[in-house]
Write a protein that binds this ligand. Structure first.
Ligand code: NDP
Length: 308
């Protein structure tokens, strides 16, 4: 039940995001893990069902952080009221116009900084971060190349304006990437690591910028991958090619950049210049299976759970 100054929220949608895997492990990270028996964290869209706070009334929809549960309580300062009549599905607040879209905007504009005509490559390209990176790259005048798993996802990337799309599950992946990047790679927006990084690495141009956003291929690993130590090769390339590798967590940029992002990206989404795709798991009880599937590429677009 809400206390004075709080609202009770019924969760409508829960966002499933790869960062949650880190909260399920006690390996030191930028955020503490969720305790066993605690509520798993997560972005949500909730409907106010009871209000003991000014400014929010029953029926209002808000962007919240209630986690994996059907009901949650929150203070108004911790949520953002959504306008269901704004001409866009409210779910976009968890995807293209939410944390993943903002991650793409921050990493590309603050670290990648593509110049017109440069080649930008992004992996996990059909997901909410990757698809936004590629389309923003086009908007900024660069050439966008997406890497995704399977021909259907690759075809989708071409349909939303990527200049080229490469299937990392294909036997000809490395050759296909070379053909798609004849002038090398100036910005590699890293979401994945693993064999995708191995294919990208030799194609990086001098002065390439690498916003290091995620390493989803490694999130389930419990020990270092087998094989030779490649740190030396990486350090040598960083030195000889003057590469910039810059890790970031999106909230570093939130205060300074989020208003600008929403102001610029909302009309792009409304006009269709920035397209997005969503996929849904039905019911909170199916969230764990959907989450595990996302880490294996079973999702096609921003993954959400329809909770109620
Ligand atoms: P996605 O919806 O793109 O889901 C993850 C995708 O990763 C899968 O669909 C799959 O796509 C791909 N993938 C999984 N395993 C592999 C593998 N072994 N090799 C290649 N691709 C793989 O997720 P998001 O768009 O939400 O997130 C993308 C990345 O951005 C993640 O790494 C995430 O952790 C990171 N991120 C970082 C933030 C930050 O602040 N730094 C904030 C938000 C996200 P496919 O089928 O194409 O292989």
């Amino acid at each position: 039940m809400p206390r004075d100054g709080q609202v009770l929220l019924r969760t409508r949608y829960l966002s499933l995001d790869p960062y949650m895997r880190g909260r399920m492990s006690d390996v030191p990270s930028y955020a503490p893990p969720v305790e066993v028996g605690g509520v798993m964290v997560g972005g949500t869209i909730g409907e106010v069902v009871e209000s003991r706070a000014d400014g929010l009334a029953p029926g209002d929809l808000v962007l919240a952080y209630s986690g994996w549960q059907r009901y949650g309580v929150a203070r108004p300062a911790a949520v953002r009221k959504l306008d269901p009549d704004a001409g866009l599905p409210v779910t976009t607040a968890l995807g293209v116009l939410g944390m993943p879209g903002f991650t793409a905007y921050a990493g590309l504009t603050q670290i990648g900084r593509p110049r017109p005509g440069e080649t930008v490559v992004v992996a996990a390209a059909s997901g909410p971060v990757g698809a936004t990176v590629g389309q923003l790259a086009r908007i900024l005048g660069a050439r966008a190349v997406g890497i995704a798993g399977g021909p259907e996802k690759s075809a989708y990337l071409r349909s939303i304006g990527f200049d080229a799309a490469v299937d990392h599950r294909s036997a000809s992946f490395e050759a296909d990437l070379a053909a798609a990047t004849p002038d090398g790679i100036d910005v590699y927006f890293e979401n994945v690591g693993g064999h995708v990084w191995d294919a990208v690495f030799p194609r990086l141009n001098p002065f390439a910028r690498i916003p290091l956003c995620g390493l989803v291929a490694h999130y389930n690993e419990t020990a270092p991958a087998a094989g030779p130590d490649r740190v030396q090769a990486l350090m040598t390339a960083i030195l000889k090619k003057s590469l910039t590798v810059r890790g970031f967590i999106q909230n570093e940029f939130a205060a300074s950049l989020e208003p600008e992002f929403l102001q610029r990206a909302t009309p792009w989404v409304r006009d269709g210049e920035l397209q997005y795709r969503e996929c849904f798991a039905e019911g909170l009880e199916n969230a764990p299976e959907a989450f595990v599937g996302m880490l294996e590429g079973h999702n096609f677009g921003k993954l959400l759970v329809r909770v109620s």
